[in-house]
Design a protein around this ligand. Sequence first.
Ligand SMILES: Nc1ncnc2c1ncn2[C@@H]1O[C@H](COP(=O)(O)OP(=O)(O)OP(=O)(O)O)[C@@H](O)[C@H]1O
Ligand SMILES: [Mn+2]
Length: 270
Amino acid sequence: MAGLDDVFGDLYASIDAVLLFSPSGSYYERFADVDDLDVIVVGTENPVNADVFVELPLAFDDIKERIKFGLEGALEQDLIEDGDQLVCATSLYGDEIDTVSRVRADAETHTGIYDLFVKSRAEPEVIKAVLELAIELGKKGQKGKPVGALFVVGDAGKVMNKSRPLSYNPFEKSHVHVGDPIVNVMLKEFSRLDGAFVISDAGKIVSAYRYLEPSAEGVDIPKGLGARHMAGGAITRDTNAITIVLSESDGLVRAFKAGELILEVDPEAY
Ligand SMILES: Nc1ncnc2c1ncn2[C@@H]1O[C@H](COP(=O)(O)OP(=O)(O)OP(=O)(O)O)[C@@H](O)[C@H]1O
Ligand SMILES: [Mn+2]
């Protein structure tokens, strides 16, 4: 008669490492005695004091997103490499680990999203909200038509100093934040306007209609992209902001940081 190991054993056969997502102390200790196994702890914090730890910028309710960030962070820190077979153990229903997934590390899906969230000045929740808004806008367009948009996130004071208004700022004196569903509807409406949105570290919409005037000297963006992307790339070198840019012409969402393109996603595939 076969045991459950014969059925589920494939899940953890010949793996390169185990990623434990926010394990309790006792759960983590169970792994100390397992021979020849690399254990990587992943979480927003490291209360078990694991030596090998990947920090998550957010807890991520969505389990696929949580695992994606864990893998990207582990790749970034060279804890795992392309082609590694991994077991990810996480909690889906409660606080204890109750779910095991086998995944393969894949350098091709290593998008740069981890870097965008973890080492940026703006709050991760704010970056997540803007990225999701840009992706939604890219999927649906504005009234069915493709639309472009440029969001400058973080270091807003400096960004304002390196830009000028194209028209009246509809967000003047308002105290609204990205991520609020009503505000997101407004941002989508205003994406038809020229220029950029400026958003603070904490997510406050500082301005729409901003014309960015960074020095673009030495900024290297992919050929074929125009003024929106050039300005979006360059402002991140002159300031500590990141930018999220939706292209009207090719429909892709890109993110820039420190003057470089670090993320390129197709909204339809996200
Ligand atoms: N310096 C700038 N600051 C803010 N917005 C800008 C700037 N330059 C261009 N834009 C905005 O980008 C829009 C599109 O410009 P352009 O076509 O040159 O950019 P692009 O990089 O090709 O973007 P897309 O792929 O969306 O066409 C402009 O209509 C304007 O609203
Ligand atoms: Mn263009």
